[in-house]
Design a protein around this ligand. Structure first.
Ligand SMILES: *[C@@H]1O[C@H](CO)[C@@H](O)[C@H](O)[C@H]1NC(C)=O
Length: 233
């Protein structure tokens, strides 16, 4: 996955491209949704041009998105590439326990060409940006989650974060970029700084509203690359 993604990005010149070089409309478009969006009209999402969707499955070890089945199966049924995500509560239980909970409630991966690897959503807990734990504890938590996910699925999870969150809460750790695809949170008209370690984003969440329900996302490549990302090639 890593090597093909890097080669693919190099072919397109994405690694050295300026953030605004590629027209957003030429890249596969998608969305991410959670329980807040309720039942989603997937036929409409597909008709509006979506290629992929990321769907919240779980939080911590005690919350399941009540709309997960409608959202995850509905996206698949209209032909979208879909993936599940876990909203992490770092420090409230181990990374392994949270990965196990995610995997038990929809977060798995299969090589059907329609399923993205799971994603860990890393962001502030309200005013408590880093969940009250140290950078080294945060790094250990993410490794524990990712290694558990990898042992069970053969894929490393994608990491969703903003650059400033990552740099503050992991101490600008550069040890994840080689294996963990980045889903960059950056609500802006052109892509800003990347978190420490990554030289490109795999997905970019560029707005929190738009033509699709939920957040608006772009894949950093073309449709064939998106399919390879799903397959892990
Ligand atoms: C979903 O969207 C389609 C296309 O816009 C529309 O025809 C259909 O009535 C919608 N379904 C529901 C249940 O709202």
């Amino acid at each position: 996955m890593k090597s093909s993604a890097v080669i693919f990005a190099s072919i397109l010149g994405l690694v050295s491209a300026s953030p605004s070089r590629f027209d957003k409309r030429s890249q596969p478009q998608g969305l991410d949704v959670s329980g807040w969006q309720g039942d989603v009209n997937w036929s409409q999402v597909k008709a509006n041009g979506a290629s992929f969707a990321m769907i919240k499955a779980t939080e911590s070890t005690d919350y399941i998105n009540a709309y997960f089945a409608q959202q995850y199966n509905g996206a698949y049924n209209v032909g979208l590439i879909r993936g599940a995500y876990h909203f992490a509560h770092p420090g409230q239980s181990s990374g392994a326990a949270q990965a196990d909970y995610f995997l038990a409630h929809g977060g798995g991966w299969s090589a059907d060409g329609k399923t993205l690897p799971g994603m860990i959503d890393l962001e502030a807990n309200g005013a408590q940006t880093c969940w009250g734990i140290s950078a080294s504890e945060m790094v250990s938590f993410i490794h524990d989650f990712g290694n558990t996910y990898h042992a069970r699925t053969g894929r490393y999870p994608m990491i969703y974060c903003g650059a400033s969150w990552w740099n503050e809460c992991t101490g600008s750790n550069t040890g994840f970029a080689a294996n963990y695809p980045l889903v960059l949170a950056d609500w802006a008209s052109s892509r800003g700084a990347l978190p420490a370690g990554w030289s490109y984003e795999t997905f970019w969440q560029y707005a929190n509203s738009g033509k699709f329900p939920g957040d608006q996302d772009l894949f950093n490549g073309d449709e064939a690359g998106l399919k390879r990302m799903a397959l892990g090639h």
